[in-house]
Design a protein around this ligand. Structure first.
Ligand SMILES: [Zn+2]
Length: 626
């Protein structure tokens, strides 16, 4: 996923009543039948009720009908299961699902829905035995299902966002990243729309609204994904293509034309791509994240269509997840850095291979800037949240979506690269992905693996200092330094302009790429006067830029400087776009500068079009109540 929660902005750890049911590791273990069962003995997932060591799913057959009028998915989820010899029950995770009928090997059985707990929903449990092979659940989703966003209007659209624990709001599942299964699906949707999943996908609309899918590689439930809308497909390479609504398909095909190059670069680095095709779906602007690495089909925000291919690092990030995350998966959300830290490192390496170190080091410099800011903020609130290894029991796993997992994780791996050398580290990573493919990894196992094959001497261990990085607060002293001559020139130009030089004469704005423009705008002094922003806008027409990263930095500074001419653009931006990475700092800037009434007025208009992931954060930030 490409996102930052900026959870520190919200303050306060959610203190929940103790006693949440968490079942991993409690059931008597039988001789393990599957790798899934073996893997799950190693780490306890506090965010799932399932007990895979007793009964675990191996394959899903999902038969579903999507109704836009009622905003309900009516479906049957049939799972093949494996059970321990003395198994008595199987447990699924559910949130806001209406369960109608449950069958075990074709026979209807009584089922039990336990009480709903904060964040993790309800356990659905029913009897099975050591001989049970298949279970089947008839159910309906709720119109308020947290994973689903229904877009109304002339072009209705539905998409899901399952990570971290929202898959259970649209499919009853054993919703733990350590449990993998294959799936097939049959989905009925309105005529005039195409259905797409994290699976084999159609490239044209069917006449009757029926679509069939297969996913033959084992995935965890958080990678279950569905989108429905009037989209078209364009191939951009031998194994790559884009889906978008007709109005955006040409722009998308141009913007992402280099996807095949990124895929080739990734394979050259860390081994063969395991998922056959890599396609990208451009979602409506309400999508709460930059991208989501749904296997075979990345879901992406349209805000990365800049017209000049300048924001493709997001594609490199989602593509990298095809190895880190989708192939080798964090065992629990406490180990989230294993997904995201590796992915940022891999993303940087793809960017370096395709666009040069000049470009990748600019990105690394911006990532360092964001990390330092976020570490400072989180240290004030909850220093433990700056450890790579998190403790999210009784909390929303979404709290772990900060720059720590992403960028502290990245700099940790970059430190190891510094110590052992690039060639050695690359060969380590290639072997790591191959050895643990389609499996799970937790922090302790990773440390054991690292010590056994890479950091094999006391000298190497001392040079890296695993404890400081993984179990310690803030940024360790041996954090690698990044430098970019281009960024340094931007900083010098900014200092000069703040000391009184003239925008049109002294700033090479038109020669700058977006990273340089972003650096300039995001480092402007909070107290910059509206008159000086007017000077920049008059010189470079910044408020009409097509690059949403640059526009975002401009709007945030406009709020801090109370530069009123930007406010109309600010409102349309916030009403149209639901990407949380942009929303949180913009609303927060309004709150910080005594413009909360403005924030409330805009939010009242925008909120109905946001996904639950974004409203969850913004409701808290603005103390919103309906
Ligand atoms: Zn990611």
């Amino acid at each position: 996923m490409n996102t930052m929660r900026l959870s520190f902005l919200l303050g306060g750890v959610l203190a929940l009543a103790a006693g949440l049911s968490s079942c991993g590791g409690e059931a008597p273990a039988d001789s393990a039948k599957t790798q899934a069962i073996l893997d799950m003995k190693r780490a306890t997932d506090h965010h799932s009720y399932s007990r895979p060591e007793e009964a675990v799913v191996t394959h899903l057959n999902w038969n579903a009908a999507v109704d836009f009028d009622t905003r309900v998915i009516t479906a049957t989820a049939t799972y093949d299961i494996e059970t321990a010899a003395d198994a008595e029950r199987i447990i699924f995770d559910c949130t806001d699902l209406t369960i109608q009928t449950v069958r075990v090997d074709g026979e209807a059985v009584d089922f039990e829905l336990g009480p709903a707990q904060p964040f993790i929903g309800q356990p659905l449990s029913f009897p099975v035995s050591g001989d049970s092979r298949q279970v089947s659940i008839d159910y309906q989703s709720s119109p308020e299902a947290g994973a689903l966003l229904w877009v109304e209007g002339d072009n209705p659209f539905l998409f899901t966002q399952s990570q971290a624990i929202l898959a259970r709001t649209w499919i009853p599942c054993q919703d733990s990243p350590g449990i993998r299964f294959t799936y097939e699906a049959h989905v009925d949707v309105p005529q005039g729309t195409m259905a797409l999943m994290s699976a084999t996908n159609p490239t044209a609309q069917s006449a009757d609204g029926h679509y069939d899918f297969r996913m033959d590689q084992k995935i965890p439930s958080y990678l279950l994904a569905l989108a429905v809308g009037n989209v078209e497909f364009r191939s951009v390479g031998a194994h790559t293509g884009v889906y978008a609504v007709p109005e955006l398909i040409e722009a998308a095909a141009y913007e992402f034309a280099e996807m095949e190059d990124l895929l080739v670069a990734a394979e050259n680095l860390y081994g063969k791509y395991a998922w056959e095709r890599y396609d990208l779906l451009v979602l409506p602007p309400a999508f709460p994240f930059g991208g989501m690495e749904n296997p075979r089909l990345t879901f992406a925000t349209p805000t990365i269509i800049a017209g000049d291919r300048s924001l493709v690092s997001l594609v490199a990030h989602e593509l990298a997840h095809s190895w880190s995350g989708n192939l080798v998966t964090n065992a629990t959300w406490d180990d989230f850095w294993l997904n995201e830290g590796f992915t940022v490192y891999f993303e940087q390496r793809i960017m370096e291979a395709v666009y040069g170190r000049d470009v990748s080091e600019m990105l690394a410099t911006l990532s360092y800037q964001g990390l330092v800011d976020e570490v400072d903020a989180i240290m004030d609130l909850n220093p433990d949240d700056t450890h790579l290894k998190l403790h999210l029991q009784n909390r929303d796993p979404d709290d772990g979506l900060t720059a720590i997992a992403y960028d502290k994780g990245y700099f940790f791996l970059r430190r190891i690269e510094e110590v052992v050398g690039r060639e050695t580290f690359d060969s380590f990573l290639k072997t790591y992905f191959a050895t643990h493919a389609f499996s799970v990894m937790d922090t302790d196992r990773f440390i054991d693996y690292l010590k056994s094959v890479l950091l094999t001497s006391d000298e190497l261990l001392a040079a890296v200092d695993l404890d400081a990085w993984i179990f310690g607060p803030g940024l360790p002293e041996n954090c690698p330094t990044v430098s970019s001559a281009r960024i340094e020139r931007v900083d010098a130009a900014l200092a000069g302009w703040e000391a009184g030089t003239t925008a049109t004469r002294d700033l090479p704005w038109n020669d700058w790429v977006y990273q340089e423009r972003y650096r300039f705008l995001s480092n402007l002094d909070d107290g910059t006067s509206p008159e000086r922003l007017a000077e920049l806008d008059a010189a470079w027409g910044i408020s009409t830029t097509g690059n949403n990263e640059v526009l975002f930095a401009w709007l945030e500074q406009s709020i801090r400087s109370q530069y009123q001419p930007s406010y109309e653009r600010l409102e349309t931006f916030l009403v149209e776009i639901g990407r949380r990475k942009f929303l949180t700092p913009l609303y927060k800037a309004m709150v910080d500068t005594d413009q909360k009434a403005l924030a409330d007025a805009i939010y009242a208009k925008a909120r109905p079009s946001y996904h639950s992931v974004s409203t969850g954060t913004m409701d808290e930030l603005l103390a919103w109540s309906e």
